[in-house]
Design a protein around this ligand. Structure first.
Ligand code: SF4
Length: 231
C-alpha cells in the first residue's frame, strides 16, 4: 500500500472544486469491472511516492486548487492515510475520499477527526453479491456499517453506482435505494468496458442511456438528488 499516483488538477473529480488527484495502490476487492486494474493487481510495479514531497507540491499549488481527491485502489487500507490527510488539512485544502465502503471504522475515524469534507461511497451491487467481487474473504456487512455511520455525518455525501450489466439492474437499484433511503445524493455512472480488469467484463455491452435514465428515475424515489454521469 502507498501513494502510487499524483495528478495536477481536475475540474471533474471533486464537485464544485478544482482538485489534485492522489491515487493509492492495492485494494481489498478485485471487481471484474474495475477500471484501474494495474493499481489493484500490480501495485508494487509502481514506486511509492513520498508523502512529504506531495505535501510540498500541494503547498505550492494551494493558490490554484481547492482540495484533493483521495482515490485508488482503496486508500482506507493505508495506515498512513490519517497522517497524510492531517498534512493536507493543515494546508487549508478540502479532501474528497473515494472508498468502496468496506472500512467503516477507518472512515468514521477520518470523519470524526475532520479529515474528510466529501465522501464518495461505491455501491457496486446488492451486498450479498460482494463475495463475487473477490476470491478472498469479503465482509459486505461492513458496507452496511459504513452506510449507517454516514447518516447525518458532517460531510458532503455521495453514493455512486456504476451501472454494469449483470451487476446492476432495476431490482438492484431498488435494493440499494432501500439501503440508503433518504441519502442526499446518488450518482449513477455509465460503464465503460474498455479497460476492465476481467476479459468477460471487457466484453460487456454498456446499457443504452435511456436504461440508465430509467434507473435514475427509480433511484430518485429513495434519495434527495440523483445524477447520471458518463452517458
Ligand atoms: S473497482 Fe474499486 S473496489 Fe473494485 S477493485 Fe477496483 S478499485 Fe477496488
Amino acid at each position: 500500500m502507498g501513494i502510487k499516483g499524483f495528478q495536477g488538477t481536475s475540474l471533474l473529480d471533486f464537485p464544485g472544486r478544482i482538485a489534485s488527484l492522489v491515487f493509492w495502490g492495492g485494494c481489498n476487492l478485485t471487481c471484474p469491472f474495475c477500471h484501474n486494474p494495474p493499481l489493484v493487481l500490480k501495485p508494487d510495479t509502481f514506486p511509492d511516492l513520498d508523502t512529504s514531497e506531495i505535501l510540498s507540491t500541494l503547498a505550492e499549488r494551494k493558490a490554484f486548487i481547492d482540495g484533493i481527491v483521495v482515490s485508488g485502489g482503496e486508500p482506507t487500507l493505508d495506515s498512513g492515510l490519517p497522517a497524510f490527510l492531517r498534512g493536507v488539512k493543515a494546508l487549508g485544502l478540502d479532501v474528497k475520499l473515494d472508498t468502496n465502503g468496506l472500512a467503516p471504522q477507518v472512515t468514521a475515524g477520518l470523519i470524526d477527526q475532520g479529515l474528510v469534507d466529501y465522501l464518495a461511497i461505491d455501491l457496486k451491487t446488492v451486498p450479498e453479491r460482494y463475495c463475487e467481487l473477490h476470491p478472498g474473504t469479503v465482509f459486505p456487512e461492513r458496507l452496511l456499517e459504513t452506510v449507517r455511520a454516514c447518516v447525518g455525518a458532517p460531510v458532503e455525501l455521495e453514493y455512486r453506482t456504476t451501472c454494469v450489466p449483470g451487476w446492476v439492474d432495476e431490482d438492484v437499484i431498488v435494493r440499494l435505494g432501500e439501503l440508503i433511503d433518504g441519502a442526499p445524493f446518488w450518482a449513477l455512472q455509465q460503464y465503460h468496458p474498455e479497460h476492465a480488469l476481467c476479459e468477460t467484463a471487457r466484453g460487456l455491452e454498456s446499457y443504452p442511456p435511456e436504461r440508465i435514465q430509467s434507473f435514475a428515475d427509480l433511484a430518485g424515489q429513495y434519495v434527495q438528488r440523483v445524477i447520471v454521469r458518463g452517458v
